[in-house]
Design a protein around this ligand. Structure first.
Ligand SMILES: Nc1ncnc2c1ncn2[C@@H]1O[C@H](COP(=O)(O)OP(=O)(O)OP(=O)(O)O)[C@@H](O)[C@H]1O
Length: 607
C-alpha cells in the first residue's frame, strides 16, 4: 500500500466534479483508482459502475495494471470499475441509439483500413497532403466528410471519425439517453483529459450534466494537438463544471531516486543543468546505418542484461522512435542484427492497416477457392491492400499501382472473354503465377504452418507487390493476433475440411481486436512510436532517432528525427512535450540516442 501524499488524500475526500493535474508519474492514475474504489464502496447502487475512459487500448492495459497493483482494492470494487476507450464507449451508445441521429438500425464499423480503402478514390484525386494549398486541403476534407456520412447513413458503415461527433449530437439532443448513460455510470473518470478533442469535449459537456466527472490531466503532456486537442481545454472544464482542483505537482513516484522527471521538465525549456541527471544517459552514434544500429543493438543488449539481473520475469524495455518507418527498421534490425549477434526477441507496435489487409490476402489464398471469379477477387484484395496500407496518408505509388492492377485485370478478362490467352508480358502474369503457386500448396490443417507456407510463396515469388504483402503479414504475429486467429482457423478446418471461411474469420478477428481491452501490459523488449508510449511505464526506455544523410559533407536528407529535419524552429513546444512524455516513461533509466554529428536540437541548451 502506498503512502498517499496530502494532495492525493484530498482527491479522495472531496466530492463533486474534480480536476486532478500533475506531472508524469505524480500518481494521477493511482489516486483515481483508489477514488473509484471508494465510490464503489460508498456511493454506487446495485448495477451501477464507474467508467474510466481512456484514449487508446494501450493505455487501458496500463490502467488494468495499475488497478492490479492496488492491493487495498477488493475484487468486488475492481469489478465495478469499467475501463474502456472513448471509441468503444461511443460505439455502444451509437449501436443502441444511433437511429436518433440518422444512422440505420443495422450498423457495422468501418475499420481504419476499410475507411482508407473507401476514401482512396477521393484521396487519389489530390496531390500529396504536403503539396496542397489550404483551399485544396479544405476541399479534400469536405469530400471526405461527405463520403463518411454517406457510408454511415446509406450503407450503415460507420468509421471512428464519426463516433464522437454523432454521440455529442445525440447526448446534447436527448435528455433521455443522457439519463440512461448517467444512471449506469454516475461517476466517470477522464484519463489524459488534456488531449480531449473538440468533439469529445462536447460529449463530456453533455454527460457532465448528470454524471460526476473526475478529469486527470497533465497540461504539459499534451501531444495530440494535431488531432484537435486544445491548450485551453482545462479552462473549458473549469468554466463548465467548477471542479475542485488538485495539483499533484511534480511529485515523481514512477522513477523515484532518479532525475528522470527533472530532466523531463528541463527538456520543456531547454535549460539544462551542468550536473549529470541520475538515470538519464546519452549515447551518440555515427551517422550511418551500420554504426547506428550496431550502437542501438549494443544498448539493447546491455539494458536487457541489467533487467534480467533484477531477477523479475516481467521486466520491460521500450525502444521509442519518432516515426513508423523507424519502428519497422529497428524491428528488422533486432530480428537480424549485424555480425554474429543472435536475433533479439521483441514486439513492435506497428500500424495496423498494412498488416490487416495483407492478412486478408493470405486468408483468401488459404481458402483455395475454385470459383471462376477468384482472380478478380484476389486482385481486388491486392488493390485494397495498396489503397489502404498507408491509412490516412496513402502514397501516390500505392494508389497508382492499384489503378494499374485494376486496368490490367480488365484487359486480362477481356482476353479470356474472347477465348484468348492473356499476353505473356502483362502486368498480371507474375501476380497470377504467384497466385497459382500459393493456391496449389497442399494444406495440412495446421493454421500456423499453412499460413507461413502461403506467406513464403508470396515472399519468394516474382511479384514485388505480393512480396510486400508477405512482409507486412509478418507483423500479424507481432500484433499478437495469432492466437485467436489460429483457433478460429483450426475450427474452420475441422468444420469444413479446409479454410473455407478464412477471409471472414480473419476480418472478424481484427474487428474484435479493435475493442479488446484486457491486454496484458507489454513486457520484454518492445518497439513503438513515441506517440504510442503515452500513459505507459517501462523499467527502461531507449529513445532512438534517425540521422542525417550527407553528400560531399552537405546534409541532403535528415529523416526520422524527433524534430522534423532536426531544424530548430523556435519554441518547438509540441516536440518538447512529446520528448518529455517519452523520457518520463522509464522507472529506472532512460537512454537517449542521437547522432553525434547532428545531435537532437532539443538536447542543446537554449541560449
Ligand atoms: N503516493 C505514492 N507513493 C508511492 N508511489 C506512488 C504514489 N502514487 C503513485 N505511486 C506509484 O507511482 C507510479 C506512477 O503513478 P501513476 O501511474 O499513477 O502516475 P500518473 O500521474 O498517472 O503518470 P502519467 O501521467 O505519467 O501516466 C506507479 O507505479 C504508482 O504505483
Amino acid at each position: 500500500m502506498v503512502d498517499l501524499t496530502q494532495a492525493q488524500k484530498d482527491v479522495l475526500i472531496t466530492e463533486g466534479h474534480q480536476l486532478v493535474v500533475g506531472g508524469p508519474g505524480s500518481g494521477k492514475t493511482t489516486v483515481s483508482i483508489l477514488k473509484a474504489a471508494k465510490i464503489a464502496r460508498e456511493k454506487l447502487r446495485p448495477g451501477q459502475r464507474i467508467l474510466f475512459l481512456s484514449f487508446a487500448r494501450a493505455t487501458v492495459s496500463r490502467v488494468f495494471e495499475a488497478i492490479d497493483e492496488q492491493q487495498s482494492v477488493t475484487k468486488e470494487e475492481k469489478r465495478r470499475i469499467e475501463v474502456d476507450t472513448y471509441h468503444s464507449f461511443f460505439w455502444r451508445i451509437l449501436k443502441a441509439h444511433g437511429y436518433l441521429v440518422g444512422f440505420p438500425r443495422r450498423m457495422t464499423i468501418l475499420t481504419p483500413p476499410n475507411e482508407a480503402i473507401a476514401l482512396s478514390t477521393i484521396r487519389s484525386a489530390f496531390k500529396a497532403q504536403s503539396k496542397l494549398s489550404d483551399e485544396e486541403k479544405a476541399q479534400k476534407a469536405a469530400l471526405e466528410v461527405a463520403e463518411r456520412m454517406r457510408l454511415a447513413t446509406e450503407e450503415g458503415k460507420v468509421c471512428f471519425e464519426l463516433f464522437a461527433e454523432r454521440v455529442a449530437i445525440l447526448l446534447h439532443g436527448s435528455a433521455k439517453v443522457r439519463e440512461l448513460v448517467s444512471t449506469m455510470y454516475p461517476f466517470i473518470v477522464l484519463d489524459e483529459f488534456q488531449d480531449t478533442s473538440a468533439q469529445q469535449w462536447r460529449v463530456v459537456e453533455a454527460i457532465g450534466n448528470s454524471s460526476t466527472l473526475i478529469a486527470l490531466a497533465d497540461p504539459e503532456q499534451r501531444i495530440f494537438d494535431f488531432i484537435g486537442a486544445d491548450p485551453k481545454r482545462l479552462n473549458h472544464f473549469k468554466e463548465a463544471f467548477k471542479p475542485s482542483e488538485h495539483d499533484l505537482a511534480n511529485e515523481n513516484h514512477r522513477s523515484k531516486g532518479t532525475d528522470i522527471a527533472i530532466f523531463g521538465n528541463h527538456l520543456l525549456t531547454g535549460n539544462f543543468r551542468d550536473e549529470p541527471y541520475q538515470g538519464v544517459e546519452f549515447e551518440g552514434f555515427g551517422s550511418n546505418p551500420n554504426q547506428a544500429f550496431t550502437s542501438l543493438v549494443a544498448q539493447v543488449l546491455q539494458a536487457r542484461q541489467r533487467l534480467i539481473a533484477l531477477g523479475r520475469r516481467d521486466w520491460s524495455l521500450a525502444i521509442l522512435v519518432p516515426t513508423k518507418r523507424m519502428t519497422r527498421l529497428v524491428s528488422d534490425n533486432l530480428s537480424a542484427p549485424f555480425g554474429k549477434v543472435p536475433p533479439i526477441t521483441h514486439t513492435a507496435a506497428v500500424d495496423m492497416e498494412g498488416p490487416i489487409l495483407a492478412a486478408e490476402v493470405i486468408a483468401f489464398l488459404l481458402q483455395q477457392s475454385i470459383h471462376r471469379d477468384r482472380i478478380d477477387k484476389f486482385v481486388d484484395l491486392l488493390c485494397s491492400f495498396l489503397n489502404g496500407r498507408g491509412g490516412a496518408t496513402p502514397t501516390k505509388g500505392n494508389l497508382a499501382d492499384a489503378v494499374r492492377f485494376r486496368s490490367a485485370l480488365e484487359k486480362w478478362n477481356g482476353y479470356l472473354a474472347r477465348g484468348k490467352a492473356p499476353p505473356g508480358n502483362g502486368v498480371l502474369q507474375t501476380t497470377f503465377a504467384v497466385y497459382q503457386a500459393a493456391t496449389a500448396i497442399t494444406l495440412t490443417g495446421q493454421p500456423d504452418a499453412d499460413w507461413t507456407a502461403v506467406r513464403a510463396v508470396l515472399e519468394a515469388g516474382a511479384c514485388t507487390r505480393l512480396v510486400e504483402v508477405a512482409q507486412e503479414a509478418r507483423n500479424v504475429r507481432l500484433l499478437e493476433r495469432g492466437t485467436q486467429l489460429r483457433q478460429s482457423l483450426s475450427q474452420d478446418w475441422r468444420d469444413t475440411g479446409g479454410y473455407k471461411n478464412a477471409l471472414a474469420i480473419t476480418r472478424q478477428a481484427f474487428v474484435k481486436e479493435h475493442f479488446a481491452t484486457a491486454h496484458k501490459p507489454e513486457s520484454g523488449v518492445v518497439i513503438m512510436n513515441m506517440h504510442k508510449a503515452k500513459g505507459k511505464q517501462f523499467d527502461e526506455v531507449i529513445i532512438f532517432e534517425g540521422w542525417p544523410k550527407r553528400f560531399k559533407g552537405e546534409i541532403v536528407g535528415n529523416p526520422d528525427r524527433i524534430v522534423g529535419g532536426n531544424v530548430n524552429t523556435g519554441a518547438m513546444t509540441q516536440a518538447r512535450q512529446n520528448f518529455r512524455v517519452s523520457v518520463t516513461r522509464a522507472k529506472i533509466r532512460t537512454t537517449v540516442m542521437s547522432p553525434t554529428d547532428d545531435v537532437c536540437v532539443l538536447l542543446l541548451s537554449a541560449e
